[in-house]
Design a protein around this ligand. Structure first.
Ligand SMILES: C[S@@+](CC[C@H](N)C(=O)[O-])C[C@H]1O[C@@H](n2cnc3c(N)ncnc32)[C@H](O)[C@@H]1O
Length: 312
């Protein structure tokens, strides 16, 4: 029986979050932001806090707090981004939602925690929807807010490393047109088990379409998965991975699926390839005969696309 659930409207972002920020130097891609909230919420447990790495506009952090996290602290390297997040989403005083400026690839895990105005207690979840577009060095220099360097996973070692060092579960977002197999392998090697997968189809942005060298190389290597349905713009899937660290907190792995079965890197690739056979953004191929068995919950976000994007 299929374990795919579908969501066709924004549930976490509010109307005000769907309006582009006044500054084009604040990331705006609401479907991408919404998926990050679903993935983090899959890992929530009573009294949890979230450390959001690359917190952008702050809309995701605020939505995670509304969804049940007791405190959410966002860290972003962009000065304008952090100023926007503080002005629009931070709680007054030392409230449940706070932001700090910092580069998570340069700070130690202890230093990252110290940017929070009050201690973040456990259970602590690390969440990150980092830049993930595979770009050449030249193109990457033009779009820092979306560049994941040549394999799209530039930031993954730092993010997974922080989650590991903090003994935290990890809500991690990647693009299917980057290196999903490699990402799954990195997670497994760090002791993370994928507990749920959320997919959201998105058309490739104009900048990515004009700089496809890396994406096409990765596709040729069998790493990247694009969605090229007839009559549709070339697209990809935002891939949200809710990951539980094996053996942490004495909690059972497989608690979302109710089983101990693992989604392997081959399993993840099979899901993405099945999704890419779909004709509609409903990703109906995931339910059709011959679709791979997915041992964890699988969610499809079939959301209206924003007319405007802020990528810088
Ligand atoms: C793709 S945007 C996502 C923003 C937000 N997480 C969301 O989902 O809306 C990535 C964000 O990561 C930030 N960022 C990139 N590299 C970073 C780093 N090394 N340290 C901190 N923030 C970083 C960027 O400034 C940008 O705001």
């Amino acid at each position: 029986m299929s374990n795919v659930t579908r969501v066709s409207a924004y549930r976490h972002l509010q109307e005000c979050d769907l309006v582009p920020p006044g500054s084009s130097y604040v990331f705006f891609e609401p479907a991408d932001t919404e998926i990050g909230v679903w993935v983090a919420a899959d890992l929530f447990s009573e009294g949890c806090c979230v450390l959001d790495l690359g917190s952008g506009s702050g809309a995701a952090a605020a939505a995670m707090a509304r969804a049940g996290a007791v405190r959410v602290h966002g860290v972003d390297s962009g000065a304008e981004t952090v100023a926007w997040a503080r002005a629009h989403y931070a709680s007054p005083g030392v409230g449940p939602v706070t932001f700090a400026q910092g580069d998570f690839s340069l700070l130690s895990s202890r230093e990252l925690l110290a940017t929070a105005p009050a201690p973040l207690h456990r259970p602590l979840i690390v969440a990150s929807n980092p830049p993930y577009v595979p770009l050449t060095e030249g193109a990457a220099a033009l779009r820092r807010s979306i560049s994941g360097a040549q394999d799209g996973l530039k930031w993954a070692p730092a993010i997974i490393g922080h989650a590991h060092a903090l003994g935290s579960d990890l809500a991690f977002t990647i693009g299917s047109y980057s290196s999903p197999r490699k990402a799954a392998r990195m997670l497994a090697r760090a002791g993370y088990r994928i507990e749920s997968v959320t997919l959201c189809p998105l058309p490739l942005g104009a900048f990515t379409l004009a700089h496809m060298e890396q994406v096409l190389d990765l596709e040729g290597e069998g790493e990247a998965v694009l969605w090229r349905a007839e009559g549709r713009e070339p697209s990809y899937f935002v891939v949200g991975l809710a990951c539980h660290r094996d053996g942490v907190d004495g909690r059972d792995a497989g608690r979302l699926s109710g089983s101990g079965a693992r989604l392997t890197e081959d399993g993840l690739m099979a899901v993405l390839r099945a999704a890419a056979r779909s004709r509609t953004s409903h990703l109906e191929s995931l339910d059709e005969p011959g679709a791979p068995h997915v041992p964890v919950p699988l969610r499809v976000l079939d959301l209206p696309h924003a007319a405007v994007r802020h990528h810088w």
